[in-house]
Write a protein that binds this ligand. Structure first.
Ligand SMILES: C[S@@+](CC[C@H](N)C(=O)[O-])C[C@H]1O[C@@H](n2cnc3c(N)ncnc32)[C@H](O)[C@@H]1O
Length: 300
């Protein structure tokens, strides 16, 4: 079994645990790996850990997340020092560590978008579940039982990530469609857009939703240009299904991956297993990447 690659911080929606399964559907070598919806860039880290390519395009519309990734990769010691100072403060904060979290959250929401602040907020909030209110403010609460990632653990992880990715990445904070324009044949694009089940305004877990028809049009364009891509798109949790299927006309293969018991299900007191779809472009299935039967539970 493949070793799980390091991560910066536990982040709900991260593909870290699924990454070893997703890697099975990528070619052994390719030009550039493009992640238009990077989040914590779990797939870029996994691809780098298998040395499958040397150039990475890391993009997310949430600019503080991208600053955090860039600092973790390019300046891990500085990020560690600043995070350590912040993390230690919570234990001497006069009103206690929860109040310290709210104080940092306020600083962040009032414009202090520094990497150590967003890192502390993600590390210290309930289940790494980043949430934004309608006004764009970070509005998740602190986890009452945890103090957030220990700085020593953080340093070990970001040092490993930095060794894997430093000098190989370009970082952007654009809408995904802008990033797709720059892709060319020989690149692999991995897309993990916000889940339809949670991005329609009722549950603003991620920064912004995306329009389904716009997304399909962007995929048609990639097909026309002969560019290969994979998409983690929807999922089922217990009886509940999230997301509309992507149109058959796109010619994609769909495999279902076992994602384990979801954090959301645990938060709701359940233990339903999540099964997540991975869509694979025709060029990939047609040229050497096989849909491995043991993983391909319910091919569409
Ligand atoms: C499901 S998360 C990605 C998680 C990621 N695969 C990981 O392993 O951490 C979706 C990401 O898409 C970003 N996003 C939402 N709308 C976007 C857009 N229009 N363009 C680019 N990124 C967007 C969100 O900020 C969020 O980080």
């Amino acid at each position: 079994m493949k070793k799980t690659a390091p991560h910066i911080v536990q982040y709900q929606g991260s593909k870290r645990k699924l990454a070893p399964q997703i890697l099975n559907y990528l070619p052994r070598r390719f030009n550039r790996f493009i992640e238009p919806f990077a989040g914590m860039a779990a797939m870029s880290i996994a691809v780098a850990s298998e040395n499958r390519c040397n150039r990475f395009i890391i993009n997310d519309i949430n600019a503080p997340l991208i600053s955090l990734l860039q600092d973790a990769i390019e300046n891990p010691e500085t990020l560690h020092r600043k995070y350590s100072d912040l993390w230690e403060q919570q234990f001497s904060y006069p009103e206690g560590s929860e109040k310290h979290f709210y104080h940092i959250r306020e600083l962040f929401n009032n414009g202090k978008k520094e990497s150590q602040l967003i890192l502390y907020l993600i590390a210290r909030c309930v289940k790494g579940s980043v949430r934004y209110g309608a006004n764009g403010n970070f509005n998740q609460s602190p986890d009452k039982r945890r103090n957030g990632t220990n700085p020593t653990t953080l340093l070990k992880n970001i040092s490993e990530i930095s060794i894997l990715l430093n000098g190989k990445c370009s970082f952007y904070t654009l809408d995904y469609k802008e990033i797709l324009k720059d892709a060319s044949q020989g690149d692999i694009i991995y897309m993990d857009p916000p889940y339809q089940g949670v991005c329609n305004g009722r549950d603003p877990r991620y920064f912004s939703g995306i329009d389904f028809q716009d997304f399909v049009a962007a995929l048609e364009d990639l097909n026309m240009r002969g560019i290969n891509y994979l998409i983690s798109y929807d999922g089922t949790c217990g009886e509940k299904k999230y997301g509309i299927d992507l149109p058959e006309e796109l010619g994609l293969s769909k495999v279902m991956l076992r994602a384990g018991v979801s954090t959301q299900s645990v938060l709701n007191g359940g233990n339903s297993e999540t099964v997540e779809a991975l869509y694979i472009s025709q060029g990939l299935t047609g040229c050497g990447v096989s849909l491995q039967p043991e993983l391909n539970l319910f091919e569409a």
